[in-house]
Design a protein around this ligand. Structure first.
Ligand code: PLP
Length: 346
């Protein structure tokens, strides 16, 4: 039985053409700054994101960590959304390696307004650790792939400027946001001092993320990357996958979104999972389970027995993610299986 893997957009396999591009990559020692493929990827990403320079890093987690370390000093505080990836899934890296404290602020499906952020900014006095950085996530993973409205970001930026704070975007799925809205990446990044973008999610690369910002900031970030063991040598093999993805895999994100919406529409009609399908804006569906007797683990296990993989996602939800490896046929099959297993249940 072919497995249909909707656990995450990180499960994508590099395509044959991507593998060919990787095999043919020109490489050098990137710690010496001599890998032509890495340099090309960094230049291209810096241009796309509208920043002076970019830096290839091993993962989204490393991208966020290096960025936070570069922006802060031990004892500083970082404001981020309470469901954000760095707060939930990055093993307290900023605290462990940077002595940095997080101030998590609850948002609406991961989205914060300036009014939510303002009370979290510490007064400049003898009682508080100084607020230094605001991190926002676009699209928001635990928020169900929510796209950050640009106006909200701009209002938070104005607040940050009033208080002399810097801003970082966890743009692991930035291109999902740009494809969903038509807003160019550089416009989305303009209100931020730095951004981190993943290549190994919807873009389908096996490894890698890119961070970007001002040249002097990237120079400092490069030191933190090395300190964390992220100075890679012939990394051009990996960067070549990124270059390939920029050419071939950005536009297809719209197909992932279309399939997620199709799936959301169909699943929302099953009473056990009823929800508003228009809440699905990109490639992530967070599906509520209404029957208190049915646990997410049970739903996941029944689906797994039919070859459909997804993950429990909170006490009453499961998550399904569309990606490069999911076809229209897979979506039709998943709908059929959900109906067979759950249509009679409320
Ligand atoms: C929003 C967000 N940021 C960062 C990451 C971390 O990426 P990685 O798994 O490459 O460390 C993820 C991974 O799922 C994510 O969803």
């Amino acid at each position: 039985m072919k497995k249909i893997d909707l656990r995450s957009d990180t499960v994508t396999q590099p395509t044959d053409d991507m593998r060919k591009a990787m095999a043919a990559a020109e490489v050098g020692d990137d710690v010496f700054g001599e890998d032509p493929s890495v340099n090309r990827l960094q230049e291209r990403m810096a241009g796309l994101l509208g920043k002076e320079q970019a830096l290839f890093v091993a993962s989204g987690t490393m991208g966020n960590l290096v960025s936070i370390l570069t922006h802060t000093r031990p004892g500083d505080e970082v404001i981020l959304e309470a469901q954000s990836h760095p707060f939930h899934y990055e093993f307290a890296g900023a605290a462990a390696f940077g002595g940095v404290q997080f101030f998590p602020v609850p948002g609406n499906h991961g989205i914060l307004d300036a009014e939510d952020v303002a009370p979290a900014i510490r007064p400049d006095d003898g009682h508080h650790s100084p607020t230094r950085l605001i991190c926002l996530e676009n699209t928001h993973n635990r928020g169900g792939g929510k796209v950050y409205p640009l106006e909200k970001i701009e209002r938070i930026r104005a607040l940050a400027e009033q208080h002399h704070l810097v801003m970082h975007m966890d743009g692991a799925r930035l291109f999902n946001a740009t494809v969903a809205t038509g807003i160019p990446p550089a416009d989305y990044c303009a209100p931020f001092d730095s951004v981190s973008v993943c290549l190994s999610k919807g873009l389908g690369c096996p490894v890698g993320s890119v961070i970007a910002g001002p040249a002097d900031w990237v120079k400092e970030a490069r030191r933190f990357r090395k300190r964390l063991g992220g100075g890679m040598r012939q990394a051009g093999i990996l960067a070549a996958a990124g270059l390939y993805a920029l050419d071939h895999h950005i536009d297809q994100l719209a197909e992932d979104h279309r399939r997620a919406k199709q799936l959301a529409n169909a699943l929302s009609q099953i009473p056990l999972f009823e929800f508003t399908p228009s809440s699905v804006e990109t490639n992530i569906i967070v599906l509520p389970i209404h029957d208190p007797e049915t646990t997410p683990a049970e739903v996941v296990s029944k689906l797994q027995n039919e070859g459909v993989l997804c993950v429990p996602f909170g006490p009453r939800e499961i998550r399904l993610v569309t990606h490069l490896g999911i076809t229209d046929g897979d979506v039709a099959r998943v709908i059929e299986i959900f109906n067979k297993l759950f249509a009679g249940q409320t």
